[in-house]
Design a protein around this ligand. Structure first.
Ligand code: K7E
Ligand code: CUA
Length: 673
């Protein structure tokens, strides 16, 4: 379908047709059109990359980590999706991470990354990631590259404008893509009562400066529009947050047409310092809701999930001057704030120009009351009064903008498949470069901070068409690396990505690489089922539950012979990795496990549940090739029928019980044959 459409595009070459359909129309063949400069992306074997690139995984619900400039993939971090590779979401300890008010939700649609900041710059502590589908925000610890926390967002139905962050990580935000009836109201209403019953909601989620722990500080009720993207103010605009929204028409069907009817939608400017004052002054009302808050504890190696039951909500009607609507042409997608905090760039997907607003002018417009009426109770600023100017004829389908810290902006053009470089001061277009194809987000290392690192720019493309060896009906998505150190942007590398990449951030390796957690100290392990040495390994029965305290060290599991398990028993293997060396995980798997294997880091304990559903001998083994004798790192579990008198036994290195004539007979065989 994609390539058929592509051909049609090539024949038609009618830009307006492409624009209306919002499909990419790129009339070139990739292989002849661009060549990379391999020397610039070459990182010699054994050498390190300059940047970590932390990239959203889209509908795979995960986050991937690449090196820049090499494009090498280092790690896929399971966040919202279960991962059989690590056992995340399968082990007893990590299952609670995926708990929500809807129960266990082992998947999400992950679009945006926000790295923690101090004074407007990356501090290398945490990466935040949104779950777009079942509204959630996750926090990834950049010392372990693992998910530490997941917070569900109530009164939301599509957490898209999230988790953008303020300049000292005071807040990450969550604004709903779909307006819906509020959680504490009867949602059983006709869909065509959208205008009366559907409301929007923005959450300000506080981040504890020491632990990173997230909490919903307050929510703001908004008109029932669709929020798309957002950015915090910084520098002079610190204290403000900007949210793009579309569907100011409040359409509930055929949005393609009906949410594009009006000439302008809005950027919502929220004065969150003022909102804080209103909360302090008691203006926020309590609302009964339900949402899960899940935290992983690195000492017990266990996650806990708590269902919270209340949020406090500000109604703009009670909070004058807290927020304003700035008109913005044609269904804006990205809204991005430049490094100085002065310029707010809003990209109307269907607009022919890119409006750039000035924070100074916005403040003046508010002071001068340069207003243009009211939208659903929110004061609308006069478009021209807040406008710095428009980038004229930038390309087709502008989506997202990043900055290089040298006064330039780079905007991705989905429809015309290109990146356009333009100057913030006079809005002049300086350069344009092709992408292959249909670019969504783009990322300059440090681009959303007050001090971008410039040098590189990465494009995240939705389609690759003829760019790679084909792989059946679906082709890879990909990223492309550009050198932006000179006046002209230069393509230097293509690299395929896992999942559909949306936003990504890149951070200098030096901010992270020396802080890596190498092992978990075994003496600090307070897991309820830890064995801190082989002497503590044991097997105990509790009703029909059998708990196995197991240890793993090169190259054996203790115990490695277990008998006395009965059909119907639930067996919990609590495996402690006794190693205290970097990068020596052991794995654990058993035949017939209907969940996954688990991978246990040095000093860590993880548990796999397995149900004995038939009699027999079940081998278990280490899944991670850990030593020359890794294949020997294995054992056997015997399952006997209901009513069997085989006692619970476990051993390693000795045969227990002592082999007797009785026990050599298969338990299922008839006697006397
Ligand atoms: Cu992909 Cu940020 Cu969800 Cu634009 S959004 S592409
Ligand atoms: Cu442990 Cu292989």
């Amino acid at each position: 379908m994609k390539s058929d459409y592509f051909k049609t595009c090539m024949v038609l070459m009618v830009t307006s047709a492409c624009l209306v359909s919002m499909q990419s129309c790129k009339p070139k063949t990739a292989q002849s059109a661009a060549r990379g400069d391999a020397t610039k992306s070459f990182v010699a074997p054994g050498k390190y990359d300059e940047f970590y690139n932390i990239v959203s995984g889209g509908f795979n619900g995960q986050v991937a980590v690449y090196g820049i400039p090499s494009g090498r993939l280092f790690r896929i971090i399971p966040v919202f999706s279960q991962s059989p590779e690590s056992g995340y979401g399968f082990s007893e300890e990590t299952k609670p991470m995926l708990n929500t008010s809807h129960g266990f939700v082992p998947w999400d649609d992950q679009h945006h990354i926000a790295l923690s900041q101090t004074k407007g710059q990356h501090d290398g502590r945490w990466a935040f990631a949104n779950g777009n589908n079942t509204p959630r925000i996750a926090r990834i610890d950049l010392t372990t590259f693992r998910t530490s926390e997941i917070l569900e967002i109530p009164n939301s139905a599509g957490n898209h404008a999230s988790p953008f962050i303020t300049e000292n990580s005071e807040y990450v935000v969550a604004a709903t893509r779909f307006s819906v009836p509020l959680d504490d109201q009867n949602g059983d209403v006709p869909i065509n009562t959208y205008k009366q019953n559907f409301k929007g909601s923005i959450s300000f989620v506080s981040v504890n400066p020491t632990s990173g722990e997230m909490n919903i500080a307050f929510q703001i009720r908004t008109p029932g529009v669709n929020f798309d993207l957002s950015r915090a103010g910084k520098g002079k605009s610190h204290g403000w947050f900007f949210f793009s929204c579309y569907n100011s028409e409040k359409a509930n069907t055929l949005l393609e047409v009906n949410a594009s009817a009006k000439d302008k939608d809005f950027v919502l400017a929220v004065n969150w310092k003022k909102a804080e004052e209103y909360v302090k002054a008691g203006k926020a009302k309590k609302q009964a809701v339900k949402y899960a808050h899940n935290i992983y504890n690195e000492k017990t190696h266990t996650a806990s999930s708590t269902i919270q039951t209340e949020v406090v909500v500000l109604d703009p009607a009670d909070c004058p001057d807290m927020m304003y609507m700035i008109p913005c042409p044609k269904s804006p997608h990205g809204t991005d704030v430049d490094p100085t905090g002065e310029y707010i760039v809003a990209s109307g997907k269907l607009a022919a120009s890119i409006p750039v607003f000035s924070f100074t002018k916005l403040q003046k417009a508010i002071a001068d009351r340069a207003f243009d009426g009211v939208y659903d109770g929110i004061t609308v600023i006069k478009y021209e009064a807040a406008l710095h100017g428009e980038v004229v004829k930038p390309g087709l389908g502008p989506l997202h903008t990043e900055f290089d810290g040298k006064g330039n902006a780079y905007t991705s053009m989905f429809v015309s498949s290109e990146i356009v470089k333009w100057r913030l001061s006079d809005l002049e277009v300086l350069d344009r470069v092709d992408t292959y194809y249909a670019i969504g987000h783009l990322s300059v290392p440090g681009g959303p901070t007050a001090k971008p690192h410039g040098k590189y720019m990465i494009a995240y493309n939705k389609m690759t068409k003829d760019r790679y060896l084909p792989t059946g009906p679906e082709l890879t998505q990909s990223a492309q690396l550009y050198d932006i150190s000179g006046e002209k942007m230069k393509l230097i590398l293509d690299f395929p990505t896992t999942g559909e990449p949306h936003y990504a951030e890149a951070i200098p390796a030096a901010l992270i690489q020396d802080k890596q957690m190498k092992i978990f100290k075994i003496e600090e392990n307070t897991h309820a089922y830890v064995s801190k040495g082989e002497g503590q390994a044991k097997v105990e029965r509790n009703g029909n539950q059998v708990h196995v305290w197991m240890t793993a060290i090169r190259s054996h599991l203790t115990p490695d012979n277990i008998e006395g398990v009965i059909v119907g028993d639930e067996v919990y293997f609590h495996v402690t990795n006794l190693e205290q060396d970097w990068d020596v995980p052991h794995g654990f798997a058993i035949k017939g496990a209907n969940n996954a294997e688990i991978l246990i880091m040095p000093g860590e304990t993880q548990s796999l549940k397995w149900v004995a559903d038939r009699t027999g001998i079940f081998p278990f083994y280490c899944t991670d090739f850990c030593s020359a004798l890794h294949q020997e790192m294995s054992g056997y579990l015997r399952v006997s029928p209901v009513g069997s008198t085989v006692a619970l036994h476990f051993s390693t290195g000795t045969n227990k019980p002592v082999v007797s004539a009785d026990s050599v007979k298969p338990s299922g065989s008839a006697s006397g044959n």
